[in-house]
Unconditional design. Structure first.
Length: 125
């Protein structure tokens, strides 16, 4: 059985998907663009600011089921260009203490709305 998770503190889905789904104690968080839910826009700045916003969206979604980023076991990071990797990684690492989750990172041709980064994850209860 699955349960839809939706946070008013993260941007609404921009297509036919849910912010997250809980199934069998696992939380599958859809890719989070760096959209500020209060403004509907990307934060000013570049990859560091966008990575931070994507993670804040993830944190807000996980908070709906009383979890933190410590519950994340796997992430996938999509980048507009691999030249952004080091700056993304600097911010990424600040969201975890101790053991890091498993991760994949890819450069893709294009991200929705011209974003520089999109991050999805899997967390466990």
């Amino acid at each position: 059985m699955k349960k839809v998770i939706c946070s008013p503190n993260a941007p609404a889905a921009i297509g036919p998907y849910s912010q997250a789904i809980e199934a069998n104690g696992m939380i599958f968080v859809s890719g989070q663009l760096p959209i500020d839910p209060a403004t509907g826009a990307f934060p000013d700045g570049g990859i560091k600011e966008q990575t931070k916003q994507s993670f804040e969206n993830i944190r807000n979604i996980l908070a709906e089921v009383n979890l933190t980023t410590a519950a994340i076991v796997k992430t996938t990071v999509f980048l507009a260009d691999m030249s952004l990797f080091a700056d993304m990684n600097e911010i990424y690492s600040s969201y975890f203490e101790g053991d890091f989750p498993a991760r994949s990172a890819f450069a893709v041709k294009e991200l929705p709305k011209g974003a520089l980064v999109e991050i999805e994850c899997i967390a466990v209860k």
